[in-house]
Design a protein around this ligand. Sequence first.
Ligand SMILES: *Cc1c(COP(=O)(O)O)cnc(C)c1O
Length: 465
Amino acid sequence: MKWDEFERWGEWISHWAAEYHRTLRDRPVRAPTAPGDTAARIAPVPPEAGEAMEAILDDFETIVMPGMTHWQHPRFFAYFPANAAPPSMLADILVTTIAAQCMLWQTSPAATELEQVMVDWLRQALGLPAGYAGVIQDSASSATLSAVLTMRELAIGFSGNREGLNAKGNMRIYCSDQVHSSIDRACWVAGIGQQNLVKIGTTGPRHAVDVAALQRAIAEDRAAGHVPAGIIAITGGTGIGASDRHGPVLEVARREGLYSHLDAAWAGSAMICPEFRDDFWDGVAGFDSIVLNSHKWLGAQFDCSVQFLKDPAAQLDTLKIEPEYLKTTGGGVTNYSEWTIPLGRRFRALKIWFLIRSYGLEGLRDRIRNHVAWAGEVCEAIRALDGFEIVTEPILSLFSFRAPGDDACQQRLVDALNNDGRIYLTQGTFGGRKVIRFQVGQFDTTRDDVMMAADVIDEVWNRIR
Ligand SMILES: *Cc1c(COP(=O)(O)O)cnc(C)c1O
């Protein structure tokens, strides 16, 4: 492709993108396709000769688009928000254009230095104390895996990478039973093993980990000859928003000499609003590692997961590897690939820079405050529906409810709502029962979009009950 053609198609695509967003409300949120529909329409063998962009884009519209679920739809209330604010999209186009590998300072000095400053901007925005450094990873899963590997290596005197894990004993990691599956998976691939991930029950209205039970579990494990390695806490669990009490959890970590990691992937963004910090962020400054997905609620286009580290040394001692070709002369610079598992790295900091400068922190806070307020309002509207029950009260902008009837009724309602297409919700479980989750967080959603959901739920339920 010649660059003047690129220019023409680039214009076409930016027009398409704006039009897509302007008309998103008219599309069904979830793709109405059946498994195999899309694949059946794609040429099964690759073309030998090049094709015109017109034909490719035509197929994009007719084959691909009908099979897409619209995560940027203002009435997307499923899973979690995966926002892509327009300034962050523009930044990402520039990043894709330059296509630099940002593994060493030398391979992209400005990318490294902007990353350092953006981590610090976010540190300030979130009310974390000076002293935290950090790195931008692809996903919370990668950041959590990095933290779990660090816990493992700290627990066995940094011998695991060299010697393997044979005869190292049962390393144990502790968390509540509300953590995200990425924590289980980190323990699998770090060689800790699922059975050594000790999940503790929760208490209270925020479903916080039972700290007395946590302390007991560690004591019992020590008595049994196991090797406690770390504690993972949550602010805003994926299921129902469970949030631990950080002060007491960190006291246990300190007393036991355990490394601590906080998964605030979803809810961490809300901590740019100081009024939420008393409830959800209290004592947070004690964590060794904190992960926040700025690609969720905050608005940076995926992927952009920020990991704060109180002292990066332990993670660097765990992950740093320096083959000859990566050695650089001169010290005093940060080589971010030493902080992470992948070597190659995208220039992710530019998205945060564009995002925060374009809206200002106050613009981003306004959105999150609205989402939390509207979630509370729509929760009351659903509570008022005949026979409906709020199962878990709003934690920030996430709550769960049940329609009248058994678990099968809940699934029938979710399926009917998603086939209807005006809103998109997903199911979860709590206390052994199926619940319907509702989260508000899409960047461009309005109060009308959110409140309309209660009417749609009422209407669809009365049609299928
Ligand atoms: C979304 C989420 C994750 C996983 O995030 P990825 O970036 O997709 O790996 C982990 N924990 C919580 C609480 C989440 O909400």
